[in-house]
Design a protein around this ligand. Structure first.
Ligand SMILES: Cc1ncc(COP(=O)(O)O)c(C=O)c1O
Length: 481
């Protein structure tokens, strides 16, 4: 095939994608509404394209860009160069994985005779990447239930602290609610006991520094031992770049892997990958150089205005309310239980109606915590600078959508879904073939349907391991022949 034809094919396939600009998708994409940045990041990526990030001594431009990016990241998180040390990673998940691996290794060094698996304590609302990290690095994940407002209590965390805890993770803010965890209070207690505390600021790390008055969350809190922050979210860089920072060189070095015990080149990797692209780093470095503190402050001011305007508008929508106490730049909406059933607005039906008007909000299924308490279903909105340009239209769409679904009961799992539940009551993961059959039976077999409320009802009705197996099957089959 000729280059022109190949690119034309890609162009045509891209027509199927959700819009990545313009503010109609309120998750996944972080649009600063600035074309210059896109052009700049694209050119920087192209210039760095042939490099191999495996070895910054062979390609010193990589080390130079990383040094400058880390300087910026350390400064914005209340740290000082020379006290805080870090590395650029490929994204939030890699930063979270490495934070856990580092804490586990340090814990093992401090407890050489221990035969127990160390624990990872997080609120239920911590990002799922920490569950993955506990699995990957052989820790026991110890989730602390949050209250109905989505907030974890300091006591809830402190009660779990003992010698087997390798790491506590809190978020700034937590993705499901947009709220900042009680970081300063918990840090006082973890510090007294010598327990590591990671602040996951993957979502908010490039927004909170310019937000204005917020609860303390960064390295200015003495007990915070590491922080993750994603440049590919509110840093406005293309996907593939985050940072993980540690208090002190010793912690940072515990993150590395090195070996000379094989017959080829000596291997030293600061992060999980070996050979890697330097393009995302180059993009982030160029965007930061362009925006600087001032550019970020401006972008954040817009996010804040939109967050507040949405919260105010929701207060005027009968049957819906904001979940908990978000700082931003995200918030979630839940049904207002203070109104009579005939005035209630089911979040899933609401989000489907808003989608029909052109705006994609993110469904968050209701969920039963380890202590049996239930967190209600909700709808997530990530608010970016471009949100402000669509605000009047978005708020009108939300108001109309709520009017349309007010009084309608939440979807219950349909007949097929109930059948699936009967067929698979046990919390056991079914295999791929059974999953495909269950998906077909439940009506979700042909990919993600336009209206998600029925799929959410199914998700909420099935035991978690069954839902998880179905989700794996759905995604795997999306790119299978
Ligand atoms: C708080 C938080 N931590 C971690 C992650 C994981 O980041 P990524 O999707 O870049 O792997 C996210 C993603 O939304 C997040 O919001």
């Amino acid at each position: 095939m000729k280059s022109a034809e190949i690119l034309a094919r890609l162009e045509s396939m891209r027509q199927e994608d959700a819009p990545t600009y313009g503010g109609t998708v309120l998750s996944y994409v972080y649009d600063p509404g600035n074309e210059v940045l896109d052009e700049l990041a694209g050119r920087a990526m192209e210039m760095a394209r042939p490099l191999n990030g495996l070895d910054p001594t062979t390609f010193p431009s990589i080390a130079a860009m990383e040094k400058e990016l880390m300087r910026f990241a350390i400064g914005m998180t209340g740290g000082k160069v020379g006290k805080i040390f870090g590395s650029v990673t490929s994204g939030g998940t890699e930063s979270c994985l490495l934070a856990v691996k580092t804490a586990r290794d340090l814990w093992r060094t401090a407890h050489p005779d221990s035969t127990v698996r160390p624990r990872l304590v997080t609120p239920t609302t911590a990002h799922a990447a920490f569950q993955k990290a506990a699995m990957a690095f052989d820790l026991d994940w110890d989730p602390v239930p949050v209250g109905p407002d989505g907030m974890v209590s300091t006591r809830g965390i402190v009660d779990r602290l003992d010698d087997e805890v390798a790491l506590v993770v809190l978020s700034a803010p937590a993705y499901p609610t947009g709220a900042i965890d009680p970081i300063a209070e918990v840090a006082r207690r973890t510090r007294e006991r010598g327990i590591a505390l990671h602040v996951d600021a993957c979502f908010g790390g490039l927004a909170l520094p310019w937000w204005g008055a917020v609860d303390q969350w960064d390295f200015s809190v003495p007990g915070v031992t590491s922080i993750s922050a994603d440049f590919h979210k509110f840093g406005y860089s293309p996907k593939g770049v985050s940072v993980l920072m540690h208090r002190g060189r010793k912690r940072h070095r515990a993150q590395f892997f090195a070996t000379s015990s094989w017959p080829a080149y000596p291997v030293v990797n600061p992060t999980l990958l070996g050979s890697k692209s330097a393009s995302p780093l180059a993009a982030a470095w160029s965007v930061v150089s362009y925006l600087g503190q001032e550019g970020y402050a401006e972008a954040v001011a817009s996010c804040r205005r939109s967050t507040e305007a949405i919260a105010t508008a929701v207060a005027g929508i009968d049957g819906l309310t904001v979940w908990g106490h978000p700082t931003g730049p995200a918030l979630a909406l839940i049904a207002d239980t203070g109104v009579s059933v005939d005035r209630g607005v089911d979040p899933h039906r609401f989000a489907d109606e808003v989608a029909a008007a052109g705006y994609r909000l993110q469904h968050q299924p209701g969920f039963t915590q380890a202590d049996g308490t239930r967190l209600t279903s909700s709808v997530h909105l990530t608010i970016t600078p471009v949100t402000e340009t669509v605000l009047p239209d978005l708020l009108a769409a939300m108001t109309t959508a709520a009017d349309r679904v007010r009084g309608r009961a939440p979807h219950s799992a349909n007949l097929a879904g109930r059948l699936v539940r009967m067929l698979y009551p046990s919390p056991k993961r079914p295999g791929p073939g059974v999953c495909a059959l269950l998906l077909r039976l439940s009506g979700a077999g042909s990919g993600v349907p336009g209206r998600l409320a029925p799929l959410m009802a199914l998700t909420e009705a099935l035991p978690a391991p069954v839902t998880e197996a179905l989700l794996i099957e759905l995604l795997a089959r999306a790119s299978e022949d």
